[in-house]
Design a protein around this ligand. Structure first.
Ligand code: CQA
Length: 290
């Protein structure tokens, strides 16, 4: 059997991702960041405006977006918000709309959804004559899925109003992911749909282009203890998510599997607490100024 990318199986990807969210503090660490730092970051971008325009690039199911919008509403009470969402995945857009429909206190927010990729949006905007500018643009855990990272950042940065901000969240250069990709990337199923990029790569791009930014490290972990129990279904799906491989346990060459499993227990990847292993899932939030 050959190793196949997890992306080739949509339903298995969704199941692995659901388990990952259950076993990690991925969303909690973002919400904590929104709680502690976002109000400051949002200062000035809406001053004196009657409408604030927000662009969510890769908004997914909207779970994180709505938390962010709540912070914006709290910062600018009574101000109306236009929230545009770019998201190519149809199922996720449906879930986003359902979530909006059943959430209260969204009366002053107007939602517009665009079922397309960031690069399709870019082409469409460049072809149309109108230039639409934004007060706040965010790209959360999505830059892995673009084909031209510097170009994508440059384009969306060019859409910022004066005083506006662009927020990027993705895995930290000091996370277990960074180590895993560096050592094993070449031996995992090649896939042009997902790039192995971290905050370190983004900061290098930003330093080279002279854009002014600020970074924040968000502490996060993922309980991977189940990965070390032979035959544990949850552990197998979590391992699939980590390696982005479909049925990694069944399809990976034995030497690769053994080496990776042993590495995951090491301190460069995980911390051991109370007999459990916590993979380092640290994220970085990068705030770029207009
Ligand atoms: C698609 C693409 C990516 C998705 C998705 C669907 C995704 C989550 C859910 N559905 Cl078509 N991506 C995602 C989100 C957060 C996250 C990771 C993937 O932490 C894992 N990565 C490793 C850090 C990204 C490569």
């Amino acid at each position: 059997m050959t190793m196949r990318s997890l992306f080739s199986d949509q339903s298995q990807y969704v199941e692995s991702f659901r388990l990952f969210l259950e076993n990690s503090t991925e969303h909690q660490c973002m919400l904590e960041f929104f709680e502690r730092k976002l109000p400051d970051i949002l200062t000035s971008l809406g001053n004196g405006k009657s409408t604030i325009s927000v662009l969510s690039v890769g908004g997914g199911t909207g779970e994180i977006d709505l938390q962010m919008l709540a912070k914006l509403q709290a910062k600018y009470p009574g101000v109306s918000i236009h929230n545009d969402v770019i998201e190519p995945c149809a199922e996720q857009l449906i879930q986003y709309k359902e979530r909006v429909a059943k959430t209260s206190k969204l009366e002053n927010i107007k939602f517009t959804w665009h079922k397309e990729t960031a690069s399709e949006y870019e082409s469409r905007m460049k072809a149309s004559k109108e230039v639409r500018k934004w007060d706040f643009i965010h790209m959360i855990q999505m830059l892995y899925y673009t084909n031209d990272v510097p170009g994508t950042i440059r384009f969306f940065h060019s859409l910022l109003e004066p005083g506006a901000k662009l927020l990027i969240i993705l895995v930290s250069g000091s996370s277990g992911w960074a180590r895993l990709w560096k050592k094993y990337g070449a031996r995992l199923p090649l896939n042009d749909l997902c790039l192995y990029i971290t905050s370190a790569d983004i900061e290098e791009i930003l330093d080279g282009s002279g854009l002014k930014y600020q970074s924040f490290e968000l502490q996060s972990d993922m309980d991977i203890t189940d990965c070390f129990t032979e035959g544990n279904k949850r552990g197998e799906l979590l391992l699939d998510f980590l390696t982005e491989t479909c049925n990694f346990n069944k399809t990976a060459p034995l030497d690769l599997k053994n080496e990776l499993i042993e590495d995951l227990k090491k301190l460069e990847y995980s911390e051991k607490k109370g007999g459990r292993y916590f993979f380092n899932n640290n994220l970085s939030a990068i705030v770029i100024e207009s």
